[in-house]
Design a protein around this ligand. Structure first.
Ligand SMILES: O=P(O)(O)OC[C@@]1(O)O[C@H](CO)[C@@H](O)[C@@H]1O
Length: 338
């Protein structure tokens, strides 16, 4: 069972433009769609679509359209009931896949709601393989709320994953090693926030086929107690670093529709592989295959397994950067094993 917490869920509206976005102009939209959103919600949607047990925990009103959409999609969920609508996040996509996002802060959470959310997570963590704490925190939540939650979950048998950004991410890292989760899934910018490197440079190097700077930065987190770091690098693929090794997966070229949810689909793919007992390189391959499939879909649409092409993702082992340049070696997988 994969349990996700989305402390600041959203209803995602996507506006697909017929041309380029221009500041100050009136645009005619090709389509407008609405999907349930928030990072943990998205992870639970992908895991459910893959036929694996998932539970999404979130604060919302029972009659919120987000909750109705989850029920319609068969995504198991538990709510901490609030009297407020969830925030409305807006995505604008252009024909070349350029994705612009506007995420409002959301309504302020009350202390008793946060306490109830933490209680729900702890209760369901007892029977979970993984608990994933995902996304931004609502106003009213202390920046170290995830850090506190990780500390309280660490004695339990479940593994804990965190995918967040900005102040909650910094507060988590400030408590390492006590608050170090089993898995972190930063993108290049988030890894940069933690390690002081240049996120753009990490992605650019990976685009050129050089994962070394990303491996080095992720390795710094492993050295501080994080079990595994899965760094998503957009169209360049992803890097996985553990105490025992590092791997680089190149994403296949696709026609990009929307980057929204690609990181969440990657995390879901990785967790699905983990609960199936797959090796780290194969879990990375599955992560990138899921993320790539999500990026080829519009808005916050997320992939079904039949849209995920693992064969298209190549994985190389990377020498851990002890000294000098790291080098990568292709990892062979028999096609029948995919
Ligand atoms: O504002 P946050 O919590 O950081 O991110 C929220 C969000 O952008 O993340 C998902 C995509 O990853 C979307 O469904 C949602 O709109």
């Amino acid at each position: 069972m994969i349990v996700t917490l989305t402390a600041n869920p959203s209803l995602d509206t996507t506006i697909e433009l017929t041309g380029r976005l221009q500041r100050g102009a009136v645009h005619r939209a090709r389509t407008t769609t609405t999907d349930p959103g928030g990072k943990g919600v998205n992870v639970a949607r992908v895991v459910t679509a893959a036929g694996s047990p998932a539970l999404a925990i979130l604060p919302a009103r029972e009659d919120d359209p987000l909750v109705t959409a989850l029920a319609d999609r068969g995504v198991a969920h538990r709510l901490v009931s609030t009297g407020r609508p969830v925030r409305a996040n807006v995505t604008v996509t252009e024909p070349d896949g350029t994705t612009t996002k506007i995420n409002p802060p959301g309504a302020a959470a009350h202390a008793e709601e946060l306490k109830a959310l933490a209680g729900l997570v702890s209760r369901h963590a007892a029977t979970a393989d993984w608990v994933a704490l995902c996304g931004s925190l609502p106003p009213g939540a202390p920046d170290d709320w995830y850090a506190t939650l990780v500390r309280s979950l660490r004695p339990l048998p479940c593994a804990v994953a965190v995918d967040t950004s900005d102040l909650p991410l910094r507060a988590l890292a400030a408590g390492f090693p006590d608050t170090a989760p089993d898995l972190m899934k930063p993108n290049a910018d988030e890894l940069a926030q933690l390690t002081g490197c240049d996120g753009g440079a990490l992605e650019a190097a990976a685009e050129r086929g050089d994962p070394d700077p990303t491996v080095r930065a992720a390795r710094a987190l492993v050295d501080r107690g994080v079990g595994t770091v899965l760094v998503t690098l957009g169209g360049a693929g992803a890097v996985l670093v553990t105490a025992d090794g590092a791997w680089f997966a190149r994403a296949p070229r696709i026609t990009l529709r929307s980057t929204v949810g690609a990181g969440d689909a990657s995390l879901a793919g990785y967790l699905l592989a983990q609960v199936s007992g797959e090796s780290p390189d194969r879990a990375l391959q599955r992560a990138v295959a899921h993320g790539t499939a999500a990026a080829a879909l519009p808005g916050t649409a997320l992939p079904h397994p039949d849209q995920v092409d693992r064969d298209a993702v190549t994985v190389s082992a990377v020498d851990l950067p002890v000294a000098g340049r790291a080098s990568s070696t292709p990892v062979a997988h028999p096609a029948t094993d995919l």
